[in-house]
Design a protein around this ligand. Structure first.
Ligand code: PMP
Length: 442
């Protein structure tokens, strides 16, 4: 009654106000004693409205397929031809364990503190000599260690692209790159991958749209396995020099060749200095190292390092330290020889089984390296409908649409032959072919 009089409101209004305070847990009423401020404010039953606090999510046309794919567990009856994963049974973990035991006693605590954003000096030096062996003339100031080439791509997008900028990509291309460019708000121009490299179309784009970057995988492309021939690489670089085009060369697979060695990288042929090169240890060793590298003009390295500093200060010391010893001991060459032999067998076996069990209904070109077969289905069957059926039997792959920035790929899919033993892979292919035959009948 006093409160109502004090604020000049009716008694009912004052009582209602008390009730609301009580409901929200801010006051407590003791019968016969009065109303007291509650000791602690009760948490709201609905919790923090997280999704209202987020900034608007990136406008990508795809859901985060990569996250979905790497969450598929590779165990027992499941046969994943989806993720672009090396076989965990082929990781050289015994060598890494041995190196760790041997060198940990010499590990200086100071080596575990912060290091320069560009990476540990020793590993950068190793990467330079690795690149030199591959015909790339470069130095430490042009080299930076990144947490996987995925981070390299992200940082490139961050320092070069504003919303509305144009980027040129091959079509189809690596879905992780499409997602990054779309999230940056870039407009994506596409170059069809079938046939010779479309230099005329690229020149048309360069004149019309002045794109900031051309992103491509010249060697054992993801997803098609294609290789751009040497002469086309040279013509592309001439065109780039003429128009001052910056090229991002993503190169995770060039060491995984199963016949003759592929042509030198664009970076090795780059007299003009227009190529930003991305390499990674993820496919040749194991992805959990999260270690890749970028080779670029010093100006680019400096600018990217500034951005990387905001993201993670530097990549993991421990991975870099281990990799340095692995490379110093000269263990990479032997390991590469071993996995090339093994993956070649797996490619041959998958090619054979797909041809045999699908009765020619799945067509593809046999790739000379990398991890993937790019498969086409008959007119009446979409890759999504096939995946719908195969997933019920524990078999997965990536539908083609994921690799197109624009429309396409409904009758195509990417098949990774690297992850499983030949026997398990053949078993998965049989299940896949059975599902396909079932769909064709309907
Ligand atoms: N680029 C391509 C073409 C890839 O296939 C991958 C891995 N799927 C990446 C980049 C990212 O690899 P990393 O593990 O080095 O980040």
């Amino acid at each position: 009654r006093e409160l109502a009089a004090l604020y000049g409101v009716s008694r009912t209004t004052a009582i209602n106000a008390y009730r609301q305070l009580e409901q929200s847990g801010m006051v407590k009423t003791k019968m016969g004693s009065g109303t007291y401020v509650a000791a602690a404010i009760n948490p709201s039953p609905t919790g923090v409205p997280w999704s209202q606090l987020f900034v608007p999510p990136p406008q990508t046309t795809m859901v985060s397929l990569i996250r979905e794919l790497i969450s598929v567990e590779i165990t027992g009856n499941t046969v994943s031809f989806a993720a672009g994963m090396p076989d965990p049974r082929l990781y050289p973990t015994d060598l890494f364990q041995e190196l760790f035991l041997r060198y940990q006693r010499k590990l200086n605590n100071f080596e575990l503190g912060h290091i320069p954003t560009e990476g540990s000096t020793s590993l950068r030096r190793d990467v330079v000599s690795l690149m030199n062996q591959q015909g790339v003339q470069t130095g430490q100031n042009n080299t930076m260690i990144v947490s996987g080439s995925q981070q390299g791509l992200y940082l490139i997008a961050k320092v070069f692209l504003s919303p509305g900028d144009y980027v040129v990509v091959q079509s189809p291309t690596y879905l992780g790159a499409i997602q990054i460019f779309q999230a940056a708000g870039a407009r994506i121009l596409t170059l069809p991958i079938a046939g010779a490299f479309p230099l005329n179309l690229l020149e048309d784009y360069l004149i019309r749209y002045r794109p900031k970057l051309l992103y491509m995988l010249p060697t054992f492309q993801n997803p098609t396995g294609q290789v751009v021939p040497l002469e086309e690489r040279k013509s592309l670089l001439q065109l780039a020099a003429k128009h001052r085009l910056a090229i991002v060369e993503d190169d995770p697979y060039s060491e995984l060749y199963y016949g003759s060695q592929p042509p030198p990288s664009l970076k090795a042929l780059d007299d003009y200095g227009c190529v930003i090169y991305l390499g990674t240890f993820s496919k040749v060793l194991f992805p959990g190292l999260r270690t890749g590298w970028m080779i670029a003009p010093e100006k680019v390295i400096d600018r990217v390092a500034l951005e990387k500093q905001y993201v993670d200060l530097h990549s993991s010391n421990l991975s870099q330290w281990l990799l340095h010893h692995f490379l110093q001991e000269g263990l990479l060459a032997n390991h590469l020889r071993h996995i090339r032999q093994e993956y070649k067998k797996r490619r041959d076996s998958a090619v054979h089984a797909l041809r045999r069990f699908s009765n020619g209904q799945i067509s593809f070109r046999e790739p000379e390296g990398g991890f993937y077969l790019w498969c086409s289905l008959p007119e009446g069957v979409t890759s999504r409908s096939l995946l719908h059926e195969t997933a019920k039997t524990g078999v997965t792959f990536v539908p083609g649409e994921a690799f197109y920035a624009d429309a396409g790929g409904t009758h195509e899919f990417r098949f990774c032959f690297a992850t499983h033993s030949r026997d398990l892979s053949t078993d998965g292919i049989k299940r896949l072919a059975k599902c396909l035959a079932g769909l064709e009948k309907n």
